[in-house]
Design a protein around this ligand. Structure first.
Ligand code: NAD
Ligand code: DAU
Length: 380
């Protein structure tokens, strides 16, 4: 079969990457989708069980930092698009181990860029019909003030923020023009990688695009992140470690809405542009935690709220950013993207998924999934 496009998606065995791979493999049978993933602790091929036998899908276990291997893969597969998600993604880990974050997020991105540059520049058509799409985060913009701790009416609402709770906790937002001001080793490394991507456009003319998205939630998220960690702890009646006073604000988007935005921007985003992705859906951590507790309790047949006493205030995260809030007006106006899911529906769907897929969770927390992929891929 000849394919119309061949795309490498890096980090496709992770949380967001697996949703992007699934969307592209199912929606575009005429595209060849190569999932390039090193399978670190965060990579889990069980996230992709439902599509692993599709004819237009190939998994390649590879480190993005291995420039020679990436280069050879691009040539072998005649790759014409890269959607780059692979990264170390957890802020707490970056505080303990910044070197790994610099290596993967900065050097790994540089390795992907340089391999794409050399391969594409070797072709007669060079960059025509090519695209390097880098997935970044709102954290590169730094932190906003909690200037309205009680909440005010947000300037916009979307489907995501159309539920009972719809607050903004300040007048400021992150715009595409907001100056970078990262605070954690994770966000500093992501910021650096974003600069490299833009430099490859400005210096070599590579057709790049960068997006900065807010906090994602949904199925297949590694249970070190707030929502899956807390769902699992509530299920097992383990303490819920709330950093500081639980007053920090994050802007939450359902992961499939992010994946849909990535699809749209990969195909229709303008070269060299930046797009913010978010649903104007700000929540204080403590408020979201209460919603999660009530939902888990209800779905497990417990009395709603009976697990509130699991909330345990612990020492704050070092350098903990106070508030993130994305303004995604540009993406909504220019490309017509909209979140599809109201937050309350999204949380219900997410909690239900983790409770229905306890084996997935238990395999991770017991380390079983590492055996799964070792057995399955050792001879490939
Ligand atoms: P994740 O930690 O769940 O997955 C990361 C994936 O990258 C894993 O499959 C891992 O095996 C792979 N990987 C790590 N190092 C690698 C390497 N050296 N070579 C090849 N593969 C490697 O991450 P996520 O939460 O899905 O985030 C994906 C991307 O989206 C990241 O770039 C992150 O910065 C960005 N992002 C995440 C969020 C969020 O809320 N999770 C929000 C905005 C942006
Ligand atoms: O904003 C986008 C970012 O969102 C992504 O770039 C990151 O990859 C992703 O991990 C996420 O970063 P956060 O640090 O916001 O996510 P996390 O789930 O770690 O924490 C969410 C909030 O909850 C944050 O304010 C810290 C707090 N928290 C987190 C954990 C894990 C707690 O209070 N207790 C916890 O145990």
């Amino acid at each position: 079969m000849t394919y119309n496009r061949t795309i490498i998606i890096t980090g496709g065995a992770g949380f967001i990457g697996s949703h992007v791979v699934r969307l592209f493999v199912n929606k575009y049978p005429d595209y060849r989708i190569i999932n390039l993933d090193k399978l670190t602790y965060a990579g889990n091929l069980a996230n992709l069980k439902d599509i692993e036998d599709k004819p237009n899908y190939r998994f390649v276990k590879m480190d993005i930092c291995d420039f020679e291997a990436v280069m050879a893969l691009m040539q072998e597969e005649k790759v014409d698009g890269v959607i780059h998600l692979a990264a170390e993604s957890h802020v707490d880990r970056s505080i303990k181990d910044p070197f790994t974050f610099a290596q993967t997020n900065v050097m790994g991105t540089l390795s992907m860029l340089q391999a794409a540059k050399i391969y594409w520049e070797s072709l007669p058509e060079r960059y025509e019909g090519k695209r390097f799409y880098h997935i970044s985060t709102d954290e590169v913009y730094g932190a906003l003030e909690l200037s309205h701790p009680e909440g005010i009416k947000p300037p916009y609402t979307t489907k995501a923020s159309s539920g009972l709770h719809h607050e903004a906790y300040g007048e400021d937002f992150f715009y595409e023009t907001t100056k970078y001001n990262p605070h954690s080793p994770y966000s500093a490394a992501k910021a650096s990688s974003d600069h490299f991507v833009r430099a490859y456009h400005d210096t070599y003319g590579m057709p790049t695009v960068v997006t900065n998205c807010s906090n994602n939630y949904g199925p297949y998220q590694f249970p070190e992140k707030l929502i899956p960690l807390f769902i699992n702890n509530i299920r097992h009646r383990k303490p819920l470690p709330v950093y500081g006073k639980g007053e920090n604000v994050r802007d939450w988007l359902y992961v499939e809405d992010h994946a849909r935005a990535i699809d749209l921007i990969f195909h229709q985003g303008k070269v060299a542009e930046t797009y913010n992705i978010g649903g104007f859906n700000e929540w204080k951590n403590i408020d979201i935690i209460k919603v999660v507790i009530n939902t888990v309790d209800r779905l497990l047949g417990r009395k709603e709220g009976e697990d509130m006493d699991l909330i345990t205030y612990v020492t704050d995260r070092a350098g903990h950013d106070m508030r993130y809030a994305i303004d995604s007006t540009k993406l909504q106006k220019e490309l017509g993207w909209e979140p599809s899911l109201q937050f309350e529906e999204g949380i219900e769907k997410t909690v239900r998924w983790y409770l229905d897929n306890q084996e997935w969770m238990d395999n991770i927390t017991s380390g079983e999934y590492e055996k799964y992929y070792e057995d399955m891929y050792k001879n490939r």
